[in-house]
Design a protein around this ligand. Structure first.
Ligand code: MN
Length: 446
């Protein structure tokens, strides 16, 4: 078994908070994409029929990795990585592993840092395009999508609504619970989706009816893009798990609660979840997130996980402090020029199960992950109600409506609502690392 690289936990010169880029917008206050971030995505000029290709966000610009691969500025593994990242999706690059991801990150850092020579800056400049002039695509061809349930607060809040007498099932603190979702309906931020229709059981009824969903909800999650996979039958050990993670994005797991309530027993969610999932276009590497690692914080203090899910390193550094917000605008709010109304702020650090535990558990039976597979963390609700990552929790099952600026009320989403998720890491002594935004518009049912 290969030794873990430690690239996800070891700090180096690319984390130096004093580093700046000659791309001035990277230093704008509150910028999501300073030189310490360098997230991966795919893009093409808006309105063109050019092929999508890999890019790196820097300030308000995108560095075109295909143009960079043709520039002659790179060599060795960084050049091989840029060639792989020139494809319309990042799957090939994702499959190359952490040495390749790090080689290209460090080479890009050296080209964009303020201390790069003016000759280098002049050669890199033509490889930059304004983010406002490009369209961002889905970073990977997603083969499989699995959604976990790693927030014990969400599991408990939801459990109370669906099973008041038995909210948290006894397997929760032993098994990183998940279900296999639907890859084909994952869309990148900016694409709307139609309100789903399906079977629902109205309150007090004895037979179901077919109806447009009346309890349409969001779920605030992080997405995990798998990098290198594993052979069928060959589990990924906890200690190596992060070397198989290409990076993280924002993820909104749209949920039809009325359809879910009728269909979920005994096999779990099906049509209540598979109609749409939205991800952010930029994938933030674990290397960029290294300054924000933190200890697991379980409310029950449990430490006796089974051996394949336990290590001291994971307990001390397995969690990530990623701040997350979810907000919305109604059609009326947008018409009035009202800003996004945030209704939740939380952090990924509250998760009961870590990234590494998700990967180790997913493969412990021999299940094979492949480059570009997507894992969702599950709704990342924190300990208090204002940190709840879904409307069903925030409105206590639809009983306590939220009031929007302008006076409209919401229990669940209405047609024309646009939901925006944001994520970032910030603390003294480290550069701010942003995820950008993940948003989508609710369209009327067919
Ligand atoms: Mn979910």
């Amino acid at each position: 078994m290969s030794q873990p690289m430690g690239y996800s936990t070891t700090l180096n010169h690319t984390h130096d908070p004093a580093a700046t880029s000659w791309v001035a917008s990277a230093q704008a206050p509150g910028a999501d994409f300073p030189i310490q971030n360098l997230p991966w995505g795919v893009f093409r000029p808006t309105g063109s029929d050019e092929a999508f290709r890999g890019g790196v966000a820097i300030g308000d610009q995108v560095l075109d990795l295909s143009a960079l691969a043709r520039s002659g500025l790179l060599s060795g593994l960084a050049q091989q990585s840029a060639l792989a990242a020139s494809e319309p999706t990042l799957n090939t690059f994702m499959g190359m592993g952490p040495a390749a991801w790090q080689a290209l990150r460090h080479a890009v850092f050296d080209l964009l840092v303020s201390t790069a020579s003016s000759a280098v800056q002049q050669q890199v400049q033509p490889c930059l395009q304004a983010q406002g002039a490009v369209t961002l695509g889905l970073p990977a061809r997603i083969g499989d999508y699995t959604d976990f349930y790693t927030s014990i607060y969400h599991a408990t809040n939801i459990g109370k609504l669906f099973r008041p007498d038995n909210p948290l099932l006894p397997n929760y603190t032993w098994v990183p619970i998940g279900y296999h979702g639907r890859a084909s309906s994952v869309q990148v931020s900016g694409h709307g989706f139609k309100r789903p229709s399906g079977q629902v059981m109205p309150p007090g009824a004895t037979e179901p009816v077919f109806s447009a969903c009346k309890r349409l909800d969001w779920e605030l999650e992080l997405g995990v893009f798998v990098g290198t996979g594993n052979a069928l039958g060959d589990p990924i050990a906890l200690g190596n798990a992060e070397d198989h993670v290409f990076g993280l994005c924002l993820l909104n797991d749209w949920s039809a609660r009325d359809i879910q309530g009728w269909e979920y027993q005994p096999l779990g969610p099906f049509l209540s979840k598979n109609f749409a999932t939205t991800v952010s276009p930029w994938v933030v590497s674990l290397e960029a997130l290294a300054p924000y690692r933190t200890a697991m914080q379980r409310p029950d203090g449990k430490t006796n996980d089974l051996a394949y899910l336990h290590s001291e390193h994971n307990a001390q550094q397995g969690a990530l402090d990623v701040q997350l917000t979810m907000g919305l605008t109604s059609a009326a709010m947008r018409a009035a020029g009202t800003a996004v109304h945030n209704v939740c702020q939380t952090s990924y650090r509250h998760a009961y199960w870590t990234l590494a535990q998700m990967v180790a558990h997913h493969t412990v039976n021999g299940c094979n992950l492949q480059p570009g597979d997507l894992l969702g963390t599950g709704t990342l609700s924190g300990p208090t109600l204002d940190q709840a990552g879904a409307l069903i929790e925030l409105t206590e099952g639809g009983k306590v409506p939220l009031t929007l600026p302008g006076g409209e009320q919401r229990t669940f989403l209405q047609d024309g609502d646009e939901v925006t998720m944001r994520g970032w890491c910030e603390k003294p002594g480290a550069a701010r690392i942003g995820f950008g935004e993940c948003k989508a518009l609710v369209l009327p049912a067919t």
